[in-house]
Design a protein around this ligand. Structure first.
Ligand code: MG
Length: 387
């Protein structure tokens, strides 16, 4: 009933036709299944921790930089705007976007790489450490909020969207635990829903834009350098042509704002073109086809050039890589310390015996905020690596 009011396209995910939850529950009286998923995510412990987790800049480096939380909110905003125009399910998109980074370790990709290296020498039933799989683990197993089950008991569609990538070995293991579940598409090589595809692209649009903003704010990249990036330069010129003499941060914001709008309209147009060509009738038609949420060819090129620019000038900036190395050392030394003495972990983790000790340690470290990890490292090593 609620879906009809929302006027969704046939190929959208309809809450009333959800494949359901792993532990069946009665419907809520006033909320769709996907609205309920979103609410469960917002109330989770892992969601609150995102505010103290690094996106690119370490949390203590400045109060105005993006964190995983503000990044997730920006992804949700962009994805919902696009979903509405395409008549996709906004609630599902919001749930996936808000949950997509729940499995991220402290210290961003640096922390994840270090934890993956640690786990590579401690193979258990899951291979290594993958942040997408960890996000699923958070909502399926690690959150402890309900009397009847572990995790948040989210719908298949939200979990499908959260598991963006998955190594074959882990997909096989997931399939064994949940036949025909969220691991299956990595074995069948089929696609997720349009809502899930959209969240992927909105993630890219969000971080490309906010990393320009944070990069300039930090002083690590300059407006002059950015003028070599065609996507940015075009909108920068446009902003100055319409507002001669505009200066400072307002020029930057105006260029970024125009760039974001153009990308949003580009995704809507390009995806509508694909939908008209393919003519999917249901969400399962979408899953059987090649990806349909996309940029135009020109925007794909422009976005890739911007990514390349940010990689070489921001993510690999000496100042960023220096803190990266320290963050990796913190994660490695924490891992070794807890592995040697599990009682150094909080009691609930120290007592777990239903999985390998290394996996318990990985779950414990992955859940940490940047500052908790730094404090724990100082407590265990007597050395302060990160301010
Ligand atoms: Mg993200």
């Amino acid at each position: 009933m609620i879906d009809k009011i929302e006027n969704l396209a046939g190929f959208a995910c309809h809450a009333a036709q959800s494949r359901g939850r792993r532990h069946p529950e009665p419907d809520a009286p006033t909320r769709t299944a996907f609205q309920r998923d979103r609410d469960r995510i917002v109330h989770s412990t892992a969601f609150r921790r995102l505010v103290y987790k690094t996106q690119v800049f370490l949390n203590h480096e400045g109060d105005l930089f993006r964190t995983r939380l503000t990044h997730s909110l920006e992804v949700a905003q962009l994805a919902r705007s696009i979903a509405r125009a395409l008549r996709l399910n906004e609630d599902l998109v919001e749930a996936i976007a808000l949950a997509h980074d729940l499995g991220h370790t402290p210290f961003g990709h640096a922390g994840q790489d270090a934890l993956n290296q640690c786990m590579a020498t401690h193979m258990d039933e899951w291979g290594g450490f993958e942040h997408n799989l960890q996000s699923l683990r958070v909502v399926d197993a690690l959150e402890e909020r309900y009397p009847q089950y572990d995790g948040l008991n989210l719908t298949f569609e939200t979990r499908e969207g959260i598991l963006k990538h998955c190594a074959r070995r882990n997909a096989e293991h997931l399939e064994a635990l949940e036949p025909g579940g969220v691991g299956r598409r990595f074995l069948d090589r089929t696609q997720p829903s349009l809502e899930a595809q959209l969240c992927n692209l909105a993630d890219e649009i969000a971080y490309n834009a906010h990393d320009i903003d944070d990069g300039v704010r930090s002083g690590l990249i300059t407006m002059e350098q950015l003028q070599a990036v065609p996507l940015f330069d075009g909108f920068h010129r446009q902003a100055l042509a319409e507002h001669p003499g505009l200066q400072g941060r307002r020029v930057l914001f105006e260029a970024i704002r125009r760039m974001l709008s153009a990308q949003v309209y580009d995704v809507i147009d390009a995806t509508q073109g694909m939908l008209q060509k393919v003519q999917p009738v249901t969400a399962d038609d979408v899953r059987r086809h090649a990806p349909m949420v996309c940029f135009s060819h020109a925007m794909r090129e422009n976005s890739s050039m911007l990514k390349t620019f940010l990689l070489s000038n921001l993510y690999r900036h000496p100042q960023v890589t220096q803190t990266t190395q320290q963050a990796q050392q913190v994660v490695r030394e924490l891992f070794a310390a807890y592995l040697a003495d599990p009682n150094e972990m909080q009691a609930g983790f120290a007592a777990r015996s239903d999985m390998s000790r290394a996996r318990v340690v990985a779950d414990y470290i992955a859940g940490m905020t940047d500052r908790f990890a730094a404090r724990e490292h100082e407590r265990l090593s007597g050395r302060r690596l990160l301010a």
